[in-house]
Design a protein around this ligand. Structure first.
Ligand SMILES: CCCCCCCCCC(=O)SCCNC(=O)CCNC(=O)[C@H](O)C(C)(C)COP(=O)(O)OP(=O)(O)OC[C@H]1O[C@@H](n2cnc3c(N)ncnc32)[C@H](O)[C@@H]1OP(=O)(O)O
Length: 165
């Protein structure tokens, strides 16, 4: 266990500029079957993030009718999934593979289904392997939900012993 902790700490020292190439590479290595951003046709949300020159990630997504909660309103669990996924990709863009350790969502306004949203995320800071991130979901120019999260970095799936996941 000591060596795992040392590896995780080492991983956080690999601080590189955020790029779209890095994000794509880590998505294909670690996320190809993800419910939120996996391959089309998997029955998932089919999100497509891109990284901008400031290292933030964003996606536009059409809220389908089968994701509603109360009549006409996007399900809060789906909103949390969108925000969580965006923050994972913001970390990917910086070469960091990490698990969600804590997710706090503030639901500010109802999100209408059969309408588009823009979801953005960025990394904030880190203390050792624990990364702080934030994300926002906007519809028609109005921030409808915001999130803050803590993610725990992992060195690489291959370096982890069976059972840790
Ligand atoms: C059979 C039916 C099946 C239904 C399935 C259910 C599915 C699961 C549930 C869902 O998924 S619901 C969909 C996801 N949620 C939303 O879409 C909610 C979106 N947010 C809102 O509509 C409003 O923000 C909300 C109703 C939550 C509150 O609006 P209000 O206009 O009532 O409150 P406002 O923002 O004015 O704040 C009132 C007070 O509450 C406080 N407040 C609001 N949110 C808070 C918060 N998160 N923490 C602490 N305080 C909070 C706020 O600071 C303020 O304090 P003060 O009066 O002292 O100034």
């Amino acid at each position: 266990m000591t060596s795992i902790i040392r590896d995780i700490r080492m991983a956080t020292h690999i601080t590189i500029a955020a790029t779209e190439q890095t994000r794509k590479s880590l998505q294909s290595q670690f996320h190809s079957h993800c419910h939120a951003c996996g391959m089309p046709g998997s029955g998932g949300l089919d999100l497509h993030f891109v990284t901008d020159s400031d290292g933030n990630v964003a996606t536009d997504w059409f809220c389908p009718g089968n994701c509603q909660s109360y009549e006409g309103i996007l399900h809060g669990g789906v909103i949390a999934t969108l925000l969580d996924s965006a923050m994972v990709h913001a970390l990917f863009a910086r070469g960091i593979v990490a698990h969600t350790a804590e997710l706090r969502v503030r639901y500010r306004r109802p999100v209408r289904i059969e309408n588009s949203v823009r979801v953005t995320a960025c990394t904030q800071s880190h203390t050792g392997p624990l990364h702080l991130t934030s994300a926002t979901l906007i519809q028609d120019g109005v921030p409808c939900a915001t999130a803050r999260a803590k993610f725990m970095a992992v060195p690489s799936s291959a370096a982890l012993p069976e059972g840790l996941f």
